[in-house]
Design a protein around this ligand. Structure first.
Ligand SMILES: C[S@@+](CC[C@H](N)C(=O)[O-])C[C@H]1O[C@@H](n2cnc3c(N)ncnc32)[C@H](O)[C@@H]1O
Length: 117
């Protein structure tokens, strides 16, 4: 994980483009969201704040202990009014809730999964 964050100057590029994403995708009605492989939330959190400003419930599925802990801390600091859960596990083991969610974020995680997953 260190190597990813050491080289993630892309985060700056992505966050700079979020205004365009916001005005293109219109995700204002999203109330519930799951992020798979959220890491620390370095892209997910600015995305939620800017593009999904009305989200009420958020779940992060992140197997790495340190990243899951950082995500919990970052959520509490940056989205204190959102009901948030961080599930520290692989998405393959995650028991998703019966309730559907409005949106699923998969930022830089699909390449960890194969077609079966
Ligand atoms: C390259 S990082 C991306 C982090 C974050 N999404 C971002 O864009 O800044 C990939 C993340 O996916 C997580 N991950 C890897 N395999 C996973 C799996 N099977 N289920 C859920 N998360 C996984 C890793 O622990 C890591 O935090």
């Amino acid at each position: 994980m260190d190597s990813w964050y050491d080289h993630a100057d892309e985060v700056d590029i992505v966050t700079a483009s979020l205004n365009e994403v916001r005005t293109t995708l219109h995700l204002e009605d999203v109330k519930s969201c799951v992020a798979v492989g959220s890491g620390h939330g370095s892209i997910e959190l600015p995305f939620l704040q800017l593009c999904m400003p009305n989200v009420l419930e958020f779940t992060a599925v992140e197997p790495d202990l340190e990243s899951a802990a950082a995500m919990s801390k970052n959520l509490a600091e940056r989205l204190p009014n959102v009901v948030s859960v961080v599930c520290q596990e692989m998405v393959q083991q995650w028991r998703d809730p019966d309730q559907p969610v409005d949106a699923v974020l998969l930022f830089h995680v699909l390449y960890y999964l194969n077609a079966q997953h």
